[in-house]
Design a binder for this molecule. Structure first.
Ligand SMILES: Cc1ncc(COP(=O)(O)O)c(C=O)c1O
Length: 457
């Protein structure tokens, strides 16, 4: 009998609602705070986001309907396949059954299009004509550029300088979809100009690019521009839960119940939230599932950072968010997983860690590239550098299952392909990448700035 390699879903099997973890958290979420230390009201966010998305941001509804038009656009590439990694299992000689959800099949190349389509649609409904955003690796910028083209919005992307230089094709992809893409820090905003004056050779960071994109949105004299964020915020986590909700139905078609282990890489937390929150729901209802976010050792927010109130960006334009953080001034080393170079973390993912629902792991980039290469040579797809962190985590767990002689079911999120990230592979293959871990002094120096900030309970 031919073994089943991958499972899709029929149109009538597609999830029609997103799952919101907030109402199910054992400890209620703490609100974002303004500069005066008082909770932010939805009205205060209105210059930055449209009110229909702010409503989702603060929603305490467990299930939120996905509008029909969004479902139709998602159907361009969803359901994404759930794939059994037989070849990787064989190479590892593991008794574990490894499954991966292949989000790289979206036209822009990653999971980011799931929320890009939703955000562009809600902005358009609200009468907005232009979106600004930041991008690290370029995956989010490409996804928003594509969504804006589909929906009919202008799009301007501030791309972190180091990635802008390393990945010229990402910029061209954004241009092809009709978006403008400039390197951050730029000369177009006060934030960018100030940073360039102090550090003309800075590689940039997601925190700086966010500040620039927010500034560009709120200074539109016509008030028709809003800012769109590709991760971190509650509504972004919400839109990504379609990933895990599909997986549940697909695993059942493989004849599996719940996985034993769920793994994804974490930058701001969105692909991790997407695959894991529906399984955290199962865990809260008694299932025994180990849920593992994997981050780089050079930006170890969840494994080494404290849970504090901090800004989401470098120029302190965003409210204070309750999250694990390395400090908003932290500029991570320019490792190749650009999308994982973020000082903070989604407040919902942070709350899940504070409530001990997840077990984070940090892995060095060399081990991640080794995992990415093994995956490419066995399963055939070249992973994005971010995604290699999830694969390396899955390989560690599969080896553990072998040592323990356990037939575990390991699920991981294949968040994106790396076909535009070959410079990183070149550096790895030619031996130019180094192992990178920070000592405490270096890592924690930016936390001093937060000493007088309000503290989460
Ligand atoms: C392919 C890919 N995976 C993962 C990430 C990390 O982001 P998040 O934690 O929001 O999923 C990124 C971010 O750019 C990405 O491009």
């Amino acid at each position: 009998m031919t073994r089943i390699k991958k499972v899709y879903l029929e149109a009538n099997e597609m999830p029609r609602q997103w799952y919101n973890l907030a109402p199910d958290l054992p400890t209620p979420m703490q609100p974002p705070l303004g500069p005066d230390g008082k909770p932010i009201t939805p009205e205060m966010l209105a210059p930055v986001f449209p009110m229909n998305l702010i409503e989702q941001e603060v929603s305490t509804e467990r299930w939120i309907d996905i509008p029909e038009e969004i479902l139709e656009m998602l159907a361009l590439y969803r359901a994404t396949p759930l794939v059994r990694a037989y070849e990787l299992e064989a190479a590892l000689k593991t008794p574990a059954r490894i499954y991966y959800k292949n989000e790289s099949v979206s036209p822009a190349g990653s999971h980011k299009l799931n929320t890009a389509i939703a955000q562009a649609w809600y902005n358009k409904q609200f009468g907005i004509t232009k979106l600004t955003t930041e991008t690290g690796a370029g995956q989010w910028g490409s996804a928003l550029a594509q969504a804006c083209a589909l929906i009919g919005l202008e799009c301007k992307v501030f791309m972190v300088r180091i990635s802008f230089d390393q990945k010229p094709f990402r910029k061209l992809l954004m241009n092809t979809y009709g978006a403008t893409c400039i390197a951050s820090p730029s000369n177009e905003t006060n934030t960018g100009r100030e940073i360039l004056a102090k550090m003309p050779d800075t590689p940039g960071s997601l925190g700086i690019a966010i500040s620039e994109a927010v500034e560009a949105a709120v200074t539109d004299p016509e008030g028709k521009t809003r800012y769109s964020l590709g991760s971190v915020l509650n509504h972004v986590m919400l839109h990504q839960t379609i990933i895990g909700l599909e997986v549940k139905k697909q695993l059942a078609k493989f004849g599996e119940k719940n996985p034993d282990t769920v793994i994804a890489c974490v930058g701001g937390g969105s692909n991790f939230a997407g695959i894991s929150f529906p399984f955290i729901y199962e865990k809260l209802h008694g299932a025994n599932i180990d849920i593992i976010p994997v981050e780089p050792t050079s930006c170890p927010t969840l494994t080494r950072g404290p849970f504090l109130y901090d800004h989401g960006d470098t120029a302190k334009m965003t409210p204070l968010l309750p999250m694990y953080t390395l400090g908003h001034s932290f500029i991570p080393e320019p490792i190749h997983a650009g999308g994982l170079r973020y000082h903070g973390m989604s407040p919902l993912v942070s709350a899940a860690l504070r409530d001990k629902l997840i077990n984070p792991m940090a892995i060095d980039q060399i081990e991640c590239y080794e995992a990415g290469i093994l995956f490419a040579r066995t399963e055939g797809i070249v992973p994005a550098p971010e995604t290699t962190h999830a694969i390396a985590g899955a390989i560690r767990e599969a080896k553990k299952a072998k040592e323990e002689g356990k037939e575990k079911v390991i699920l991981f999120n294949f968040s994106g392909h790396g076909l535009m990230d070959m410079v990183g592979y070149d550096k790895y293959l030619t031996g130019k990448l180094v192992k990178h871990e920070m000592d405490d002094e270096e890592l924690f120096k930016f936390l001093k700035e937060l000493e007088n900030y309000p503290k989460p309970q």
